[in-house]
Write a protein that binds this ligand. Structure first.
Ligand code: 2P0
Length: 328
């Protein structure tokens, strides 16, 4: 009757941007990520036959409208997998989800959120799902969530339209490589453009969309090879190339889809400065202005200290490769 799950967010080292099938939420390009132990979402799903709709509370706030509908849509997939009748009047549940994140938006909470929701829901309805099947279901909520079912270093291939079984897979466990991701939070403002809308507009209007599609598989391949060799310079440089190619394709949309703010550039200057000083540090940004810096475990404190000096950096956190979803 009740399932609880904890999932970590993840950061893409080779970026996902764009869909091959909007209905099934299939990515147009392969992506590679590292799961992060410092960004955790904890979700409880409790079936309650007295409810007349799913009740959704995220970070203490009752959700209505689109966020609640997205949760219900994912729970409908879990319920279907468990054999619950579509119109069963006793099918509803109470969902309580808490993000244990530093206080700022745009930090991949949809990845950890949908991963935890899928796993907690599967337990609540005793759905006989493998991790692969849960990853495929979580993907329907948010493609990056498919990766958060797994710990360590994770790949999500591009999806062939219609292939609803597409799931992520673990490449290497969390103890494979002693790297850190240093997260610099630069604003508390909510995200300007939902990534789903940003991707759609990039595909629809950007003259660089096809260039992005052509380049992205090469980035994913190079990142995978680099992780296998534990080659930080190769992974870091490719991650930056993937990041800037993704953002450039979005900037060229009409009107521009721009997540990078002035303070983002200031942090990027500091990361370049670290490299000039001989510290192996490489930056990435997702659908928001925050900067995440990949570096060796031994360099993380120095990188964090330099980022803390930047004006407008609100908070700096150091994350290690984290574990996959845990259910109780
Ligand atoms: C990623 N991002 O690979 C990329 C890089 C943002 C930039 O996955 O539409 O919330 O729900 O599948 O997973 C953010 O997009 O998008 C994302 P949907 P999602 O991490």
């Amino acid at each position: 009757m009740r399932g609880a799950a904890k999932a970590c967010a993840n950061i893409a080292l080779a970026k996902y941007w764009g869909k091959s099938d909007e209905g099934l939420n299939l990515p147009a390009v392969p992506s590679v990520s590292v799961t992060l132990d410092a960004l955790v979402t904890e979700t409880v799903v409790e079936r309650d036959a007295s409810l007349t709709a799913d009740e959704v509370v995220i970070d203490g706030v009752r959700q209505e409208g689109s966020p609640a509908r997205k949760v219900t849509a994912l729970l409908d997939l879990v319920r279907a997998a468990a054999g619950v009748e579509v119109n069963d009047p006793r099918r509803f549940a109470r969902v309580v989800s808490q993000n244990h994140f530093p206080a700022a938006s745009g930090l991949a909470s949809s990845a950890s959120g949908f991963a935890a929701l899928t796993a907690a829901g599967a337990r609540a309805w005793d759905a006989p799902l493998t991790t692969e099947q849960m990853s495929a279901l979580a993907r329907r909520g948010s493609a990056s969530a498919a990766r958060s079912l797994y710990g360590g270093f994770v790949e999500l291939p591009a999806g062939v339209p219609g292939d609803d079984a597409l799931c992520a897979r673990m490449l290497h466990p969390s103890d494979w490589w002693d790297v850190r991701v240093v997260i610099a939070l630069v604003t508390r403002a909510p995200k300007a453009i939902a990534s789903r809308d940003g991707m759609r507009e990039t595909a629809r209007t950007s003259p660089y969309w096809h260039a992005w599609l052509a380049c992205a598989p090469g980035y994913a391949h190079a990142v995978k090879e680099g992780i296998a060799r534990r080659d930080l310079e190769a992974v870091g440089a490719t991650m930056e190339a993937s990041t800037f190619a993704m953002h450039a394709s979005a900037w060229a949309a009409v009107p521009a889809v721009r997540y990078i703010r002035g303070v983002t550039l200031d942090v990027l200057d500091r990361v370049e400065g670290l490299r000039r000083d001989g510290v192996g540090a490489w930056a990435t940004m997702d659908a928001g202005p925050h900067v995440k810096v990949l570096c060796a475990g031994a360099d993380a404190d120095r990188v964090a200290a330099v980022l803390r000096e930047a004006a407008n950096v609100i908070d700096v956190r150091i994350a290690r490769p984290g574990e996959g979803v845990r259910v109780s």
